[in-house]
Design a protein. Structure first.
Ligand code: ATP
Length: 543
């Protein structure tokens, strides 16, 4: 397999062409940070959500025992998107859930402070043009060429960049302060800061706007929660927030769950649902959206046992993603460094990310799921803010305590995107030039039935087989039926949709009651008995 990252443009084009993912409000020009799922995408997303639900909730980690040797108990909830705003006060989101933002005084553009260098490299037109002018052989600084750029292209591409507004002054800073060394690649961050700075002594080094080059303002917090009003008057008293995570809906129902079921610590509560964040720079397709879906588990355990449960969940979740076909080399488990720990995580408590190498992050990785030991932070906060008693009386230990919580928090949309990127397999030898190698469990179309020609009784046999397959497998995905076009075109369509098996009815079927099974990944064609198709597909789908 080639080491070249797959082309995100090609992946996005296929998603639109075949109905996986569309831009939201597309006919009105779209809306940034929002995406809709089409027929194939909606089923793919449901299959991933169902896989999580079945494996985590219904079967308690597929029936595996926990580190205490006991079955794992998980129960579901489905809480509201809008809650009493005090929930967000207690959780810390109202005070702290903000990204550091920098405003551009030149064009009014907002830039997320911690994304600046990525944005320059990924999407700034002027930056990508200017780096061609830096010369690695002289350590980057080629004043005459930079001057020429500033007076020509620079004027159009980065009108507010110091290098463009005051080229002589800026270049003189550069020449005296930055000592380029021949043969050493330039330190682009340092050079960029100099060319963004007009008055070095007054302002210190500046950093430029990726759009127009003006020096960016100081970082200021930008609230990430969407606001609305519940009630007739649109005033502070009626202000509400769209949840930025599903986790808090679990914590606030923890006592209800304990009182209404027979669960005992250790146990987990799981929930899937929409979350909303007014992300400053939504980008990379659905990876960073403003509306997205999470799949979260809060697992409550005795404080002394949090480490072993943390390790259990971290490893189990990693294996789970692998079991759905995300290749080992594209997945990594990354333990956080101490300075990355979130406000709730105690020093020494585990926090790790399960990351996938997306084409747009390669060779780096992007977060799919976070697994964190949240200690008793959330329950304690809600206990203090609400006055409710959330301590747990453990009859076996004869002890009262506030449980600690391990949180595996996964993004469904990021999971779908990873599955799509992983499945996307260029193959110049196929008519479709590409096929989607989904794990059969995730494939939105589970099988296709193709009568070779529309006569000689083949459509009737095919229709009967289709009806049987729908009855047995229809709840897992669709069963395609197509009797038009050449068989090659029909296979090509299924390859792009990621359908793992096509069953073709031909002249021989009418004689000997066998069909051809065509395998998406190997292109192999086997002959099996017509009445064995159901059992065959069931086995391949792992049922
Ligand atoms: P990031 O650092 O990428 O912003 P995060 O650490 O803030 O993510 P969490 O708060 O831990 O994310 O949310 C849990 C999961 O929810 C993430 O692992 C990710 O899969 C998903 N998620 C978070 N923000 C977004 C988003 N804007 N769009 C899509 N999925 C998201």
């Amino acid at each position: 397999m080639s080491d070249q990252p797959k082309s995100m443009d090609e992946i996005m084009a296929l998603c639109k062409r075949r109905g996986f993912i569309f831009q939201a409000s597309e006919i009105y020009g779209g809306i940034q940070g929002f995406w809709d799922y089409g027929p194939l995408g909606a089923q793919l997303k449901k299959n991933l959500r169902d896989a999580w639900w079945d494996d985590v909730v219904m079967t308690g980690c597929r029936g595996q025992a926990g580190p205490d040797g006991q079955p794992i108990r998980i129960v579901p909830v489905d809480s509201c998107i809008i809650q009493n705003p005090k929930v967000w006060e207690a959780s810390g989101h109202l005070a702290g859930f903000a990204d550091p933002m920098r405003k551009c005084p030149g064009c009014g553009h907002f830039v997320r402070a911690d994304h600046l260098w990525d944005l320059l490299a990924e999407s700034s037109v002027w930056f990508n043009d200017l780096i061609q002018v830096f010369d690695p052989h002289t350590g980057g600084i080629d004043s005459p060429r930079l001057l020429q750029w500033a007076k020509s292209k620079g004027k159009r591409l980065a009108p507010n960049l110091a290098l463009v507004r005051q080229p002589e002054v800026t270049l003189s800073w550069l020449a005296t302060r930055v000592q380029g060394q021949p043969g050493v690649p330039p330190d682009m961050k340092e050079l960029t800061r100099y060319i963004a700075t007009e008055q070095l002594h007054e302002t210190g080094l500046q950093e430029p706007c990726p759009r127009c080059g003006a020096p960016l303002g100081e970082p200021a917090p930008f609230k990430l929660m969407f606001e609305s009003y519940a009630g007739l008057t649109q005033d502070e008293d009626n202000k509400v927030y769209l949840r930025p995570e599903t986790a808090q809906g679990i914590f606030i129902n923890y006592k209800n769950v304990l009182d209404s079921t027979r669960v005992k610590v250790p146990f987990g509560i799981a929930q899937t649902g929409k979350a909303f964040r007014n992300e400053v720079t939504p980008r990379n397709f659905t990876f960073r959206s403003r509306e997205f879906e999470q799949m979260e588990i809060e697992f409550f355990c005795h404080p002394d046992e949090s480490r072993k449960w943390y390790e259990f969940w971290r490893d189990w979740r990693m294996n789970w993603w692998e079991s759905l076909g995300l290749a080992g080399v594209n997945l990594q488990l990354r333990e956080h460094d101490a300075d990355e720990l979130a406000h709730y995580a105690k020093t020494g408590a585990g926090t790790s990310d399960i990351e996938y190498r997306f084409p747009f992050t390669a060779p780096g990785f992007g977060e799919l799921e976070g697994v964190a030991d949240r200690t008793d932070f959330d329950l304690r906060q809600h206990m203090e803010h609400s006055g409710a008693k959330l301590e747990y009386f453990d009859q076996e230990r004869n002890e009262r305590y506030l449980p600690h919580v391990i949180e595996p928090s996964a993004g469904l949309d990021r999971g779908v995107l990873a599955a799509i990127c992983e499945a996307f397999t260029p193959d110049p030898d196929r008519p479709s030039k590409v096929y989607m190698k989904f794990h059969p469990r995730l494939s939105p179309i589970k099988a296709a039935v193709f009568p070779l020609v529309k006569k000689d009784g083949m459509p009737e046999v095919g229709e009967k087989l289709r009806a049987e397959l729908v009855r047995r497998f229809g709840r897992l995905g669709s069963i395609d039926f197509d009797e038009k076009q050449s068989i090659g075109k029909r296979y090509a369509r299924m390859d792009e949709a990621g359908c793992p098996f096509c069953f073709t009815i031909d002249g021989d079927t009418m004689q000997d009651q066998t069909v051809t099974v065509r395998h998406r990944d190997t292109l192999a064609q086997d002959r099996i008995a017509l009445d064995a198709v159901l059992a065959y597909l069931g086995e391949k789908l792992g049922l």
